[in-house]
Design a protein around this ligand. Structure first.
Ligand code: DX5
Ligand code: ZN
Length: 213
């Protein structure tokens, strides 16, 4: 069963609740929220206040993707704002075991994101601490980038590595009508779709097309 997590970074920020309602009525029950700090990645997007506002206008599961330096310093703000899954980058982490445990202790699902050039073997000592693994299929920092095909093998490897464990695997970046089928063929659980969904003329129809591609 495909699970699409729309990346609201690509939504119409002039009326974000309208776009959220569109994807909810199309069937989405999960949203992806991209936090960028201008340090870990060059762009700056939005922070906990926006998450709090989004949390007030949806019942979707909110997966917050922290593309920030020293993520542990901000965990409390994003937990308080309503994140249901909190994901930080292994490349920005000081102590992943401790940080994942802290998130779990706050009754939020704990996730780690991996850049395309980070070896998935770094996950092996963390599997007992993980609820979610986010595999980046673009380098983080902006939407509307092209899918990096070499990450497909990494997806297959991580699916194998986590067999029998209750870890959700997401793929983030460049997922669209052209790439979504080969991504799901690797055995992953969730695809994050931003521009491939919100930039279409008919969001509801596109959501269905992505589910059936
Ligand atoms: C990139 C973000 C992605 C991005 C996805 O740094 O983490 O979530 O917004 O957008 P598309 O689907 O347009 O690549
Ligand atoms: Zn993301």
């Amino acid at each position: 069963m495909r699970i699409i997590s729309p990346s609201v970074l690509a939504a119409n920020f002039k009326n974000i609740s309208e776009d959220i309602k569109k994807v909810e009525s199309a069937g989405a029950d999960r949203l992806h929220l991209d936090i960028m700090d201008g340090n870990f990645v060059p762009s700056i997007t939005f922070g906990p206040l926006i998450i709090d506002a989004i949390n007030d206008c949806t019942h979707c599961h909110l997966e917050t993707h922290l593309m920030i330096q020293n993520p542990h310093k901000s965990f409390d703000q994003y937990i308080k704002a309503g994140s249901d899954t909190l994901i930080f980058h292994i490349e920005a982490s000081n102590n992943p075991e401790e940080e994942l445990s802290y998130i779990r202790e706050n009754n939020v699902a704990a996730g780690i994101a991996l850049n395309p050039d980070t070896d998935e073997k770094c996950l092996l000592p963390l599997l007992d601490y993980l609820d979610y693994i986010l595999i980046m299929s673009v380098f983080p920092g902006k939407g509307e980038q092209s899918f990096i095909n070499s990450t497909l093998k990494k997806m297959e490897n991580i699916v194998q590595m986590t067999k029998g464990r209750n870890i959700t695997i997401g793929v983030d970046g460049g997922v669209n009508l052209d790439t979504i089928s080969e991504v799901y063929a690797t055995g992953i659980d969730v695809t994050i779709v931003g521009s491939g969904l919100f930039k279409s003329d008919n969001i509801s129809q596109r959501y269905q097309d992505l589910m059936n591609a």
